[in-house]
Design a protein around this ligand. Structure first.
Ligand SMILES: NC(=O)c1ccc[n+]([C@@H]2O[C@H](COP(=O)([O-])OP(=O)(O)OC[C@H]3O[C@@H](n4cnc5c(N)ncnc54)[C@H](OP(=O)(O)O)[C@@H]3O)[C@@H](O)[C@H]2O)c1
Length: 224
């Protein structure tokens, strides 16, 4: 299968949460981690995130300098900010729709219908659906490859990462461990979904560890 290479980048607490139980939009990582996130997204052709992340934050991650440059040079503006949602039930009043960024939607046929009358909101809508009405990730990634997406930055949240891991579509993972504890049984973790049995666990190879002030930057590759 021809598909983009994918890197997940997430900041998590020392107790393994990527959000508090209220899903507040407050960022808990340092400016170094935010610069790290921006570096990861700047080197990608597309930034993929779940609708839950968009609903929590209201907007996309900071626009990279690379994107601004490519727009100035009149090239295809990248990285495209791709939100995935089966329902496409996204509030059109969100700040996201006022940001000067290339907005894409990855959804089902039903989800796409809901945005037919709002053609100015998304630059492109990709429909990839399984027979059971879920997003078909293999088809979605093949379509992205056909559109010349070679590198994708996946920036969460946990449900999206779980789906991509289950479909074996993740290549690398950056996890920044931040010095705080949020707790909460319902607080989001880097990988949600149904979970994997020990036999099906996704195995990682540690590529690098860097400590910057109080944060630990872990870089993993998925073992295949
Ligand atoms: N610390 C960090 O680095 C970081 C990064 C990102 C997010 N977060 C936090 O994570 C939380 C959001 O994470 P989350 O796990 O709740 O949500 P999420 O993964 O961002 O989004 C979940 C939603 O995305 C769509 N989606 C995801 N996987 C899908 C699939 N396989 N098929 C179809 N649709 C799919 C669905 O949208 P529909 O329901 O619309 O169909 C689903 O409800 C927020 O609190 C956010 O602040 C933290």
């Amino acid at each position: 299968m021809s598909r983009p290479r994918t890197k997940v980048t997430l900041a998590m607490t020392a107790d393994g949460k990527i959000s508090d139980i209220e899903r507040s939009p407050t960022q808990f990582s340092s400016s170094s981690d935010r610069a790290h996130l921006e570096k990861q997204t700047a080197s990608a052709d597309g930034v993929l995130f779940g609708a839950g992340t968009l609903r929590a934050h209201g907007g996309a991650a900071p626009v990279s300098k690379k994107s601004q440059t490519s727009q100035q040079q009149n090239q295809s503006p990248k990285p495209a900010q791709i939100v995935c949602s089966s329902s496409a039930n996204i509030d059109p009043q969100l700040r996201f729709f006022r940001q000067s960024i290339p907005r894409w939607l990855l959804t089902t046929a039903t989800g796409a219908k809901a945005w037919q009358a709002h053609s100015d909101k998304f630059e492109r809508i990709i429909v990839a659906e399984t027979a059971s009405g879920h997003i078909d990730w293999i088809d979605a990634f093949e379509k992205l490859a056909q559109l010349d997406f070679q590198k994708l930055a996946v920036i969460g949240g946990g449900k999206l990462v779980a789906s991509l891991l289950a479909a074996d579509l993740i290549d690398e993972l950056w996890l920044t461990v931040c010095p705080l504890i949020l707790g909460g049984a319902t607080a989001t973790t880097p990988v949600e979904g149904a979970g994997f049995s020990p036999q099906q666990a996704r195995r990682l190879e540690l590529l690098s560890v860097e400590t910057l002030e109080q944060e630990v930057f872990l870089h993993y590759r998925l073992q295949r």
